[in-house]
Design a protein around this ligand. Structure first.
Ligand code: TPP
Ligand code: MG
Length: 796
């Protein structure tokens, strides 16, 4: 009989004893059972009301069982933060169940209302989830930005003294490394010299559709090293390594090394007899090989041939501990695994969404010794007693709660003064973009009541710091870097408006031009309260059209409920000669549709000051959200006036109120205000009593409208939306001519509020450089077009 496994002395990880290793193997078995059963239960046991596939990924879970066991039950410390690859969500929840931090009801409700989500979710699954995942690549990259934010917080003395710095760890699927955002994050991470990041790649060499060749990973490994990462490859487990050390073992090793991934996967699926046939076909004459494989049964041979590093818990723990001992260098672990390991479809190329059949599950149940009705028992069917298992789980480092309040931390809110410093623009021309820079620069003085606010703001921009007007703020507060770096130009006395030395106390994080990185950094900084117990008020600036470039990361940041202020500028056609390709049309609609993001477009600086102030407060409220300000470079004459802040925040205010029963109003949003005002002056001569409405947020107006309808349905009969109140003075059959420098659909719904007619204006085409008069004329945004629309509206 085979004596290979017996000859290997158990490799006992430093600090563990043999008993621990045995118990860790029991946990692996349990996590494989629970994750498989959770998905099986959701698909085959629970009633299905709509006939739709529930789904789940038993093979993806099985692939990383040993990695997650090694991590959570041996290496991880409470202060570490982890992003678990989306399709291993069930394993993550199962292990929390063993820690007593997840309920059976939630597990049994996988993918059901109130149950655990398909992929780990901060907002829905509870505070055990450090980072949501789902859109592949983003969770992985977020860990490096979160590590950067951890350094920022600690270097600014804002962190919690009672919590040591943690490691930021991603368990990544290998196909996640196909996503470009990974490489953008790697480059940015290198620039910022990030520390304390581990990416553990579940290298099963399978994605959704296929088995991948090894060649690519050779290149990827080099890339990590070039970016200053340590790379640790866990290719073979201890049993295979022991076999390689025997006579003939070298030939066996070479054979496996040369075996294409697709063949290796197919043989894994086919099992021991197929392995034997393939090995004998190639190696029967190799000295010693037969002595290794002949004594093994088919099952033992299959076990040996699939003994990869990522399934060998002792190997994994050894390597993680070794990297830990080396310090805080970012480290990528490439852990070879088999997708579906331990399940009937292990290695099959189509197993990504594969589910065990009921018959297969019964066989699996028997092999796990699970009695009917005891499927959810935490330690059912294991060799060790439940008491011994529970005591072991309670003894591992990660079992200690991070704080008595749990893993999601809190921090006091930052005081926002009743009024932000208003730049002296009255009677002068100014744009919302320049007003933004002025207001932030004034806050940057950090005097008096502004001190705390100034200290908690952190700004960032993907290489558009100067052109979005953050320069004056940065001159006051400095650029952040873990290391002090002088401003060479300044030292050489070269005149420049930008004085940018870099220090650990700087408050602007400069990014390269990669908008996904902007949103990932905003996500990380926007979660600083929950992850680091330090409240930050992150502001990110970007050109409005390039919000689209980072859109998935923006949605991802909002999905986790990260809180930030997005300032997109310049926007629309109004950037005019600078424009062409950079003109944005769809962003107001994105702002309306995006959950957990309140979006605004002020026309004047006084409105902007109100909205910035509101934004800083709203970002901090438990039921608040992130805030988006869409700004413009078009200079408008700033008038002295008094505004009702509540109306500006609710989305619209009357610049000129209509007479009761008025037949028409012009509604404008953003930098087209002068055209609307001029048209309005002409209209008044024809239709006295017409109104001029300033819209600051179609997003808030629409949200308020649907919320009021819902409140009325719920019995609150007096509930009234702001837009309903605003439009109430107009006649029932009044007409609204609306205009914005963005897609007109942002306003065309306004007619539905009271059954009034809307003639919506705004560009539907883009992409041509010109000056504003030409562009506004061509795209029907000028005074004549507005007056034409009024005539059309009045005629009905
Ligand atoms: C951005 C994005 N594109 C596509 C998908 C659909 N998808 C889900 S998993 C997957 C392949 C994942 O393969 P890998 O990362 O290797 O995971 P594993 O093999 O461990 O399941 C794809 C394409 C997704 N979730 N996110
Ligand atoms: Mg994979």
């Amino acid at each position: 009989m085979n004596d290979i496994p017996l000859k290997i002395a158990p490799l006992v990880p430093v600090g563990s004893d043999l008993r621990d290793v045995t118990l860790l193997h029991q946990i692996e078995r349990k996590l494989l059972w629970l994750s498989s059963w959770m998905i099986h239960n959701a698909n085959h046991i629970r009633p299905n009301r709509d006939g739709l596939k529930v789904g789940g990924h038993q093979a993806s879970c099985a692939s990383c069982i040993s990695i997650l066991t090694a991590l959570y039950f041996s290496v991880l410390r409470p202060q570490d933060r982890v992003a678990v690859k989306p399709h291993a969500g069930p394993v993550f929840h199962a292990l929390n169940y063993l820690f007593g931090r997840q309920t059976q009801a939630k597990l049994a409700g996988l993918r059901q209302m109130g149950g655990i989500q398909s992929y780990p979710s901060r907002t829905k699954d509870g505070s055990e989830v450090d980072f949501s995942t789902g859109s592949v690549g983003l969770g992985v990259a977020l860990t490096s930005f979160s590590a950067l934010v951890q350094d920022y917080v600690r270097l600014h003395g804002l962190g919690r003294a009672d919590i040591p710095a943690g490691r930021h760890i991603a368990i990544a699927g290998d196909a996640e490394l196909d996503e470009g955002n990974i490489y953008e994050a790697l480059l940015e991470g290198w620039k910022h010299d990030i520390r304390n990041v581990w990416w553990i790649i579940d290298y099963n060499r399978q994605s959704l559709d296929s088995v991948l060749p090894d060649r690519l990973f050779g290149r990827i490994e080099g890339l990590f090293r070039d970016m200053g990462w340590n790379v640790v490859t866990l290719k073979y487990g201890r049993r295979l390594l022991a076999a390689f050390a025997r006579e003939g073992g070298e030939a066996l090793e070479r054979w496996i090394d040369d075996c294409p991934n697709s063949l290796y996967s197919a043989l894994t699926f086919q099992g021991g007899a197929a392995w034997r046939q393939a090995l004998l076909a190639d190696l029967s004459r190799a000295e010693g090989v037969r002595a290794i494989i002949d004594p093994l049964s088919d099952g033992e041979l299959a076990d040996l041939m699939t003994n990869l590093g990522g399934h060998d818990i002792e190997t994994i723990i050894e390597h993680l501990r070794a990297a830990d001992a080396l310090g805080d260098q970012p480290t990528c672990f490439i852990a070879y695994t088999i997708k579906g390991m331990g399940l009937p479809f292990a290695g099959h190329k189509d197993n990504h969404s594969g589910l065990m059949t009921k018959e297969q599950m019964e066989v699996f149940r028997a092999s796990n010794r699970i009695r009917d009705g005891h499927e959810w028992d935490q330690y059912e069917g294991l060799d060790a007693s439940a008491d011994e298992m529970a005591a072991f789980v309670a003894s591992v480092p990660f079992a200690t709660p991070l704080t008595p309040e749990g893993r999601s931390l809190s921090a006091p809110t930052v005081h926002v003064p009743a009024l932000l410093p208003m730049p002296r623009v009255s009677g002068r021309k100014s744009s919302t973009q320049s007003g933004f820079g002025d207001i932030l620069a004034e806050i940057g003085r950090g005097t008096g009541e502004l001190k705390e606010l100034a200290e908690r703001i952190v700004t960032t921009s993907p290489d558009v710091t100067v052109s979005t007007n953050l320069g004056p703020w940065v001159n006051r507060r400095g650029v952040f870097d873990r290391h002090t770096r002088n401003d060479v130009f300044r030292d050489a006395k070269v005149a420049s408006a930008q004085r940018w030395g870099m220090t650990p106390s700087g408050q602007h994080i400069e990014l390269g031009i990669a908008e996904q990185n902007l949103f990932l950094l905003l996500a990380a900084a926007g979660l600083a309260t929950q992850l680091h117990g330090a409240r930050l008020l992150p502001i990110g600036t970007v050109y409005d059209p390039f919000v689209n470039r980072g859109l998935d990361a923006m949605i991802y940041a909002c999905y986790q409920d990260a809180r930030f202020m997005l300032v997109s500028t310049p926007s629309g056609l109004s950037l005019a000669p600078e424009g062409g390709q950079h003109q944005s049309i769809n962003t107001p609609l994105i702002g309306m549709a995006q959950d957990r993001l309140a979006s605004f477009e002020p026309a004047y600086v006084d409105e902007l000051a109100i909205l910035m102030r509101y934004g800083f407060e709203h970002m901090q409220k438990p039921d608040g959200s992130s805030v988006w300000l869409r700004l413009s470079t078009r200079g408008l004459e700033q008038k002295p006036r008094t505004l009702d802040p509540a109306a500006v925040i609710a989305g619209a205010h009357w610049a000129v109120p209509p007479a009761p029963g008025a037949r028409i109003a012009i509604a404008y949003q953003g930098p087209v205000a002068p055209e609307a005002e001029e048209a309005f002056a002409a209209l008044l001569e024809e239709v006295p009593g017409a109104g001029l409405l300033a819209i600051t947020s179609p997003d808030r107006l629409h949200a308020g409208w649907t919320a009021a309808a819902q409140a009325r349905r719920a019995g609150e009969r007096t509930a009234r939306a702001h837009i309903e109140t605003i439009l109430a003075p107009l006649a029932r059959d009044a007409a609204l001519v609306t205009i914005l420098d963005g897609h007109p659909a942002a306003h065309s719904w306004l007619g539905a509020v009271r059954g009034q007619r809307v003639v919506p204006l705004g560009p539907e085409r883009f992409g041509e450089s010109a000056d504003i008069p030409d562009l506004y004329r061509k795209h029907r945004m000028d005074t004549d077009a507005i007056l034409d629309a009024c005539a059309q509206a009045l005629l009905g």
